[in-house]
Design a protein around this ligand. Structure first.
Ligand SMILES: [Zn+2]
Ligand SMILES: [Zn+2]
Length: 358
């Protein structure tokens, strides 16, 4: 799979509590140089806005998803990102399992949004973590959420929040540790669940005394945590065809989460080669006894290979890494990079599954 498309998939507009329009988002995406954006407004799926937006010489694909939650629950919990459906399902917000079952029935898929986060009480932002862990049938987890990370890093101090309002590029540190543990727990149970990264952009203007900032502009968010989709063919420019291509790639886990600010993550690859073929992230090498894993980094960094939840090999500052995988189970990659004096999460791959037991 040689074609790579950069996708930002968790964003809000004026249709819910965001502060920009679809056109504002397309313009920001063009400046940040990303290809596709999915808008996920709260409990509303506006019609007729999904299309290619032509911004100067760039074509930006904007798709509509939805973030559905139970509006009667206080504080609001269980935010679910819904993709690949055309039906309005917000009325099922209070019945999470029914909602997920209906999404599957109509061939869509759902990710648990910001499963672990903290309250930011001085901005009156409550903790809206996922609480309903008995549910089944979801497609994956949002392992990194830009706004949740802001809440977690700033939760104890208004001064810290002010600092990161003015220096947003110093904020991001990596995927949420509790969510990563949960992801490994689910994968170890044999569930094929995938990770996505979201920025949760709202472009909200905040004012505190003399200070006035937008936390954070769409353009900034689009230069941070993205999903890099791998496909056989380039996007065609046809809206209906490309919408299907993007959703199919997410459905099959053919992508990785990349924090593009320290250094672009474009060009990262994680593949497995066996007797019967080559495998991509998200694939299962069902009949293979062993496969050769190959990792290619776009820049030398720290690269960890994780097998069934445990780091089994670390490469330092190497751009090509290989490993002979013989044990059944799942293999995934985490990369870390030094940026602004700190080691930060950089790339999180989806897993490759080996063997019948996987
Ligand atoms: Zn949410
Ligand atoms: Zn959101």
């Amino acid at each position: 799979m040689s074609q790579e498309t950069i996708l930002n998939l968790h964003n809000h507009t004026t249709y819910s509590d965001g502060h920009g329009t679809y056109t504002d988002i397309a313009q920001a995406a063009a400046i940040a140089n990303i290809d596709v954006v999915i808008v996920t407004d709260h409990n509303i799926r506006p019609r007729g806005l999904e299309k290619y937006y032509c911004i100067e010489d760039k074509n930006i694909l904007i798709l509509t998803g939805e973030e559905i939650h139970d509006r009667t629950h206080s504080p609001q919990k269980n935010h679910l990102l819904v993709f690949g459906v055309e039906e309005e399902l917000a009325h099922l917000g209070g019945k999470t399992q029914w909602l997920i079952d209906r999404i599957r029935q109509i061939n869509g898929f759902a990710f648990l949004a910001h499963p672990n986060e903290d309250a930011l009480s001085f901005f009156k932002e409550p903790n809206i973590s996922w609480v309903d862990w008995d549910i089944t049938g979801f497609h994956g987890l949002e392992i990194w959420n830009g706004m949740s990370e802001f809440k977690t890093v700033c939760k104890d101090s208004m001064l810290t929040a002010l600092f990161y309002a003015f220096f947003p590029h110093l904020l991001a540190q990596g995927a949420n540790k509790l969510t990563m543990q949960k992801w490994d727990e689910l994968l170890r149970k044999g569930l094929h669940v995938y990770a996505v990264g979201g920025t949760d952009s709202h472009a909200t203007p905040y004012r505190k005394g003399p200070f006035k900032r937008i936390i954070y502009p769409y353009q900034f968010h689009f230069s941070t945590v993205n999903n890099h989709i791998l496909t056989e063919q380039k996007l065609s420019g046809n809206f209906q065809v490309d919408r299907q291509v993007i959703f199919n790639a997410i459905r099959h886990g053919h992508y990785f989460v990349g924090y593009d600010l320290p250094h672009p993550t474009k060009g990262f690859r994680f593949t497995g080669k066996g007797q019967f073929g080559e495998y991509q992230m998200g694939d299962t090498a069902l009949e293979e006894k062993n496969i050769t894993l190959q990792i290619r980094l776009p820049y030398p960094a720290i690269c960890n290979l994780i097998h069934n939840g445990k780091t089994i090999q670390t490469w330092n500052q190497q751009e090509i890494c290989t490993h002979q995988a013989v044990e059944p189970g799942y293999y995934r990659i985490e990369c870390y990079i030094s940026f602004m004096g700190k080691k930060r999460g950089w790339i999180y791959s989806n897993p490759i599954f080996l063997g019948k037991g996987a």
